[in-house]
Structure formats: structure tokens, C-alpha cells
Design a protein around this ligand. Structure first.
Ligand code: DUC
Ligand code: ZN
Ligand code: ZN
Length: 510
């Protein structure tokens, strides 16, 4: 390989690493030259000047900084968990350099602009890593769709999340269609939480009537069929309107198969899964001998599934490309806090419906998946696939292409330097709450072992995490709001007819 980029004047050179991009594993010896916070050159024997700082990767893998495209920080509905400062420092310590968090509109709000402003205030000068927001749209009025969404896009906020369940947030089909038609016209990315609300209500009410209200029944109340139906429905609405979508936090094979089938037909249907759906089962909701409410720590939606085969199916989707993003869905609520998970116990009675949903995981996301990436006998995905799903594809989907998610000239110099293979001999490194940097009081992965951990995290050319030299190096003023472009389709294409429509038929009404 000759040099790619300009081989001169570097502030930082990363040497002696195995650089992995979304498409290849480069040979040991390819160096990364960094100037003014950006990657300026890849090559061998890069020219050093007296002021060039050197990082020796010691033979370890070097990947792009993680892009976690689904985190909840400083949300009003989980006031006891992480704010931007604690959540983003946890991100950096786990190799994530960019997070996309949610700014949530209240159903009573007729404008989304104050809500976005409010989230800027919650994050500005308070984040260790770079960030942007998705808008949670709960009241998509015609004015918001036609006047405010174009403004938000200009401000660099180019994605929305829609809920098909949860009374305070859910949209009916006609509202979903309105947003899809606006997305088609304006080009913003539409994320969807797909679970059938009425199925969940019916089961929840009937469980309550029988006093089945412990955390375990959370999983019973949201069966796979609820995810299956809503997934098929939103794919149908997307097909009708010829609009790309991304279905978030998928947990079940029956629902995932709809995505796979749609992709086979070249529809632009994207999907996301999360660590909890690869590693955790519903038995975790049962609590422990010491604490029968402990299962609340693992209450998330969609819920943890019952069978190891369910986990296997999600792993297949990660490996075979059905999922375009692997996000943490870091949804932090303190366990031992009256305003956190303990909202689900009153006067000694447990009621799962009052437990705030979600598990923390922004720091453990990359190490958990990296443990199964590469060419070890039990690896489940190649290293370039690891980079695609944790960094480069989320960057493309959410309008960060050219800036984040790749190791190439012109990109922000956001890097993770891992330890060389076998640095942690035997069964690896144990995940322990006491070593994590979030503000939540537990991790659902306590005691699990990972093979590796980010040794160094670099944000725009500066070391912000150095595990062996004091850990966190950055401050909460490091993170910048990143203005995003429109995202791009990673899977399938638009422009096709919906099944059964004549050529051009959609033109009569669209
Ligand atoms: N949806 C999310 O995206 N996160 C946490 C819980 C939920 O329902
Ligand atoms: Zn959701
Ligand atoms: Zn979420």
C-alpha cells in the first residue's frame, strides 16, 4: 500500500496496530497520521516531525470510534439515571466516541423546537463524547411536519423515532403514515419501536386481574407475536409509501424474518438489535434469593426472550447483515431509588407495569461484541463486520458519513485501540459494576467475561481514555454537537412499486 493522504505534519501517528475498517483488515505496519483532529494519511513509515505525538498500538487492533446510535441520556422519564456527563464518560471508557440520544416531544406540545433547544442545554459543554439527537415524535401535527422538520434538518437533526406502543407516546397507523409521507418528501431517517400496543394492554390487564405482577410477567406481557405483528405492519406502511425505515431494538426471530424478507425484495428496511438480545434471557427477570425484585434490573422493551435459540437467531442477524446497527439502547434507571426501578414496588407489592423500561449498556456494548469478532474458534462475525455494525453503518444511516465511522483521510480521528489478542489470558476480563463509569447502580452483565477492552480511546485526535494511565483523560467539555446530513440508505432502495400495484400507480396519490 502506498500512502493514502498527505504524508507530512502530523500531530499524532498511531503505529504498530492492525487497522480495521468496514471493508478490510489492513496489515500490521500501516500507520495512521492525524492532523487537526482528522485522519490525514494512512501508510507505512509516516514522516514524523519533532512535535508529532506517537501512540504505539503494541500489535493490537485499531477500529473506528464506536457510534452508538441509540442511547437515552437525561430523559425526563428516567430522571435517576445518566445525564449527558455520566452517560458520555461511560461511552468514552467503552470506546464509543459519538452517541445519538433522544430528545422527546410531549404529546401536548404543538412545537418540537423548544424540546430540541432544551436538549441542547442538557448536553452543551456537558458531554465527554460527540453527540447529536433524534427527535421522538409523539404529536406529528401538519405544522410540525411541514414547517418544523425542514428547520430541524437544517439544524442537523435528521432522524425521528416513532412509537407503536406506550400510551403517552404511541402513534396510530394514520399518524405513522403521515410521518412516513413527510420522511419520503424531506429525507429524514425514521426509526420505529414496533410492538403491538393492544396485545400488550390486553395481556397486562388480564395478568393484573390474576395478581401476576412481578417483574417476570413483564416478559409474559409482551410476547414475540406483539413484535411480529407491529414489525410486519410498519414494513407494510413503509412499502406502501416507498419510505426507508429502521426498526429499533429487535428481539425476536419471527419479527426479524419480516425484515430479512423485505430486504431480499430490495426494500429499504433497516433494523437494529442490542446486546441484551444477544446475551440475556427472561429468566433474569425472576429475581434472586436475596432480592425478589432484582429482576426489575432487566426490565426492557421489547423484553428479554425465553429461549437460547432466540439469542442465536439475533446473532445470525448480526452476522448475516439483517441488522445494520448494533446499539446499546442505554436506558438508565437507578435500581435502588424510589424514582428509578423501585417505582415498581409500592407497599411491598411489585407491579412490573410501573418499572421504568431499559437497561444500561453504553460502556459494555463494544467489548461484549468485540469478544466474538475476528477469527477465534468461537467468533461469530469478522472484524470488518464488527466495524460496520457498531460504527460505519450507523454513521451512514444517520448522516455522519465522511465524518464518523471510518479510518480514512478526511474523517474525524476517532479511534479505539484494543489490547493485543491474549492480553487477558484464560477466560478474559470480568465485567464489574465497580469498574464502569455510568451513574446507574448496576450492570446486567455483572460477572460476564469479555476478551478485550478499549486500551485507548481517541476523540478527534486526542486521547480521552487510557485504561492503564488513569483511565479517563477527557472532560465534559470535549464533546461537540455534530450537525448531521440526511442519512443514506444502507440496504435496498426506494423507487419500487408496492406489491400488487401497477407501475406508476402510487403517482395517483403521492
Ligand atoms: N424503548 C427504547 O427505545 N428504549 C427503552 C425502552 C423502550 O421501550
Ligand atoms: Zn423503543
Ligand atoms: Zn431506546
Amino acid at each position: 500500500m502506498g500512502d493514502i493522504g498527505e504524508n507530512t505534519g502530523f500531530d499524532l501517528v498511531v503505529t504498530n496496530g492492525i487497522v480495521v475498517t468496514a471493508s478490510e483488515v489492513l496489515s500490521l505496519g500501516i500507520e495512521i497520521g492525524i492532523k487537526d483532529g482528522q485522519i490525514s494519511c494512512l501508510g507505512t513509515s509516516l514522516t514524523r516531525s519533532p512535535h508529532t505525538h506517537i501512540i504505539d498500538a503494541k500489535g493490537g487492533i485499531v477500529t473506528p470510534g464506536g457510534v452508538d446510535s441509540h442511547v437515552h441520556f437525561a430523559q425526563d422519564n428516567s430522571p435517576t439515571g445518566d445525564n449527558f456527563t455520566t452517560g458520555s464518560r461511560s461511552a468514552i471508557a467503552g470506546g464509543t466516541t459519538t452517541v445519538l440520544a433522544f430528545a422527546s416531544q410531549l404529546k401536548t406540545e404543538e412545537s418540537v423546537l423548544p424540546c430540541i433547544q432544551n436538549y441542547h442545554t442538557r448536553a452543551k459543554d456537558l458531554s465527554y463524547c460527540d453527540y447529536s439527537f433524534h427527535l421522538i415524535l409523539t404529536n406529528p401535527t401538519p405544522k410540525i411536519m411541514s414547517e418544523e422538520m425542514p428547520l430541524l434538518i437544517k439544524q442537523g437533526i435528521t432522524s425521528v423515532k416513532l412509537y407503536m406502543t406506550y400510551e403517552p407516546m404511541k402513534l396510530g397507523d394514520s399518524q405513522l403514515l403521515d410521518v412516513l409521507m413527510a420522511a419520503r418528501a424531506l429525507g429524514f431517517t425514521t426509526m420505529v419501536h414496533a410492538e403491538n400496543s393492544d396485545i400488550i394492554s390486553l395481556i397486562t390487564n388480564r395478568l393484573e386481574a390474576k395478581n401476576h405482577t412481578t417483574p417476570y410477567f413483564h416478559a409474559i406481557s409482551r410476547p414475540q407475536i406483539a413484535e411480529n405483528e407491529a414489525t410486519y405492519r410498519i414494513i407494510s406502511l413503509a412499502e406502501l409509501t416507498d419510505t426507508p425505515i429502521l426498526i429499533v431494538h429487535m428481539s425476536s426471530e419471527i419479527a426479524m424474518k419480516h425484515v430479512r424478507k423485505a430486504q431480499t425484495r430490495m426494500l429499504p428496511i433497516h433494523a437494529e438489535t442490542c446486546p441484551q438480545y444477544l446475551f440475556l434471557l427472561s429468566e433474569r427477570l425472576k429475581g434472586t434469593e436475596q432480592d425478589d425484585f432484582a429482576g426489575a434490573k432487566c426490565v426492557c422493551s421489547p423484553p428479554l426472550r425465553h429461549d437460547p435459540n432466540d439469542l442465536e437467531a439475533m446473532w445470525r442477524g448480526v452476522a448475516n447483515g439483517t441488522f445494520s446497527t448494533f446499539s446499546s439502547d442505554h436506558a438508565p434507571s437507578t435500581y435502588d431509588h424510589a424514582g428509578g426501578k423501585k417505582l415498581g414496588v409500592k407497599d411491598g407489592v411489585m407491579r412490573y407495569r410501573n418499572i421504568p423500561n431499559g437497561v444500561p449498556g453504553v460502556e459494555t456494548r463494544l467489548p461484549l461484541l468485540f469478544s466474538f469478532a475476528g477469527s477465534k474458534p468461537d467468533s461469530r462475525l469478522g472484524l470488518p463486520r464488527f466495524v460496520q455494525i457498531t460504527s460505519s453503518d450507523p454513521a451512514k444511516l444517520y448522516g455522519l458519513e465522511g465524518v464518523k465511522g471510518n479510518i480514512a483521510p478526511g474523517y474525524d480521528a476517532d479511534l479505539v485501540i484494543w489490547y493485543p489478542d491474549n492480553h487477558f489470558p484464560g477466560t478474559g476480563l470480568q465485567i464489574e459494576q465497580r469498574n464502569l463509569h455510568h451513574a446507574v447502580d448496576y450492570t446486567p452483565y455483572e460477572g460476564m467475561r469479555v476478551r478485550n477492552w478499549p486500551r485507548i480511546t481517541v476523540l478527534r485526535g486526542e486521547v480521552k481514555w487510557d485504561r492503564e494511565n488513569g483511565g479517563l483523560k477527557g472532560t465534559a467539555k470535549d464533546g461537540q454537537f455534530i450537525k448531521r446530513s440526511l442519512g443514506r440508505i444502507v440496504v435496498g432502495r426506494t423507487g419500487g412499486e408496492a406489491r400488487g400495484m401497477m407501475e406508476g400507480e402510487r403517482g395517483f396519490w403521492s
